[in-house]
Design a protein around this ligand. Structure first.
Ligand SMILES: Nc1ncnc2c1ncn2[C@@H]1O[C@H](COP(=O)(O)OP(=O)(O)OP(=O)(O)O)[C@@H](O)[C@H]1O
Ligand SMILES: [Mg+2]
Length: 262
């Protein structure tokens, strides 16, 4: 069962900017007045706390072990959004047994009632944890860059999810684009392949330009200033994605429309 107000952030290849975008979207959503939870679904290689320089007292591993309730593991960021942190360097978390996967996948849904939006920062690829968390999301942003390996891996995710979560209908975000035109061309390449071989072209959710301010901010373990190219693009993406949905909205998603049409 999925929740309309859970948005998953995924990619085929790693290192394409999922965690940075998830954090930046969380800030943009908080700025727009939406109650936002950022959930670190990349459990074994959790990065949100690292990118933000936070030291969570509790994390999702503590919730799974029954040491703490989900609401007591939440960390409040000064930019106005909440975080459920993962735990880095824990190999056991990277390959959870079935019962744990089920327990993990219930947490975002438990939290979704308390927030306008829950953002899931997923692990790269399509491993079991990623697919279980993707299944609880109402929608997905799938990140890719112009690199051929990123595009082929994004295509592989589309192919797998078309089979396992046919109503999820991921939308593409082209990150680290040299220009908006170059980003549109990257999306067109992926969309053409998907239309030809999967029978459905994913729509474009937005383009984020390559911007040295991103790495500079990550090095400082802070959020990049809003008035930088990549953050402006992320804000534009947020505004377009949530256009017409006011804070407090928990309306229907494209996924519901697709389900209703089946
Ligand atoms: N728009 C951008 N412009 C320039 N650099 C970027 C941009 N987005 C991300 N990066 C760079 O990409 C690196 C990887 O970002 P990030 O850790 O968010 O990726 P990820 O997809 O979450 O990786 P992983 O798959 O390992 O979780 C960052 O250190 C940052 O320097
Ligand atoms: Mg990451």
């Amino acid at each position: 069962m999925h929740n309309n107000n859970i948005l998953a952030i995924a990619s085929g290849k790693g290192g394409v900017g999922k965690t940075w975008l998830a954090i930046t979207l969380a800030r943009a959503l908080a700025v727009s007045g939406r109650r936002t939870l950022l959930f670190d679904g990349d459990l074994g290689l959790a990065n949100i706390d690292v990118q933000l320089g936070l030291h969570p007292r509790h994390d999702i591993a503590d919730i799974l072990a029954g040491r703490v309730a989900p609401e007591d593991a939440i960390l409040r960021h000064e930019a106005g959004f909440d975080i459920l942190a993962g735990r880095s360097g824990n190999a056991a978390l990277a390959s959870l047994p079935e019962t744990m996967l089920t327990a993990l996948a219930t947490i975002p849904g438990l939290m979704a009632d308390r927030y306008d939006i829950v953002l899931l920062d997923l692990a790269a690829g399509v491993d079991a944890t990623m697919r279980r968390l993707a299944a609880v999301a109402g929608s997905m942003l799938l990140l890719a860059t112009a690199e051929p390996t990123s595009l082929t891996d994004a295509y592989a995710v589309l192919k797998r999810l078309a089979r396992e979560c046919p109503t999820l209908d991921p939308a593409i975000v082209v990150n680290m684009a040299g220009s908006l035109a170059a980003g549109r061309a990257t999306h067109a390449t992926l969309a053409r392949a998907a239309a030809q071989f999967l029978g459905r072209a994913p729509r474009l959710a937005g383009i984020i330009r390559r911007d040295p301010a991103v790495l500079a901010a990550i090095r400082r373990q802070t959020l990049a200033p809003l008035a930088t190219a990549a953050c402006e693009d992320a804000t534009a993406l947020t505004n377009a994605w949530f256009a017409g949905s006011e804070p407090g909205w928990k309306g229907t998603t494209r996924r519901d429309a697709l389900l209703a049409a089946r």
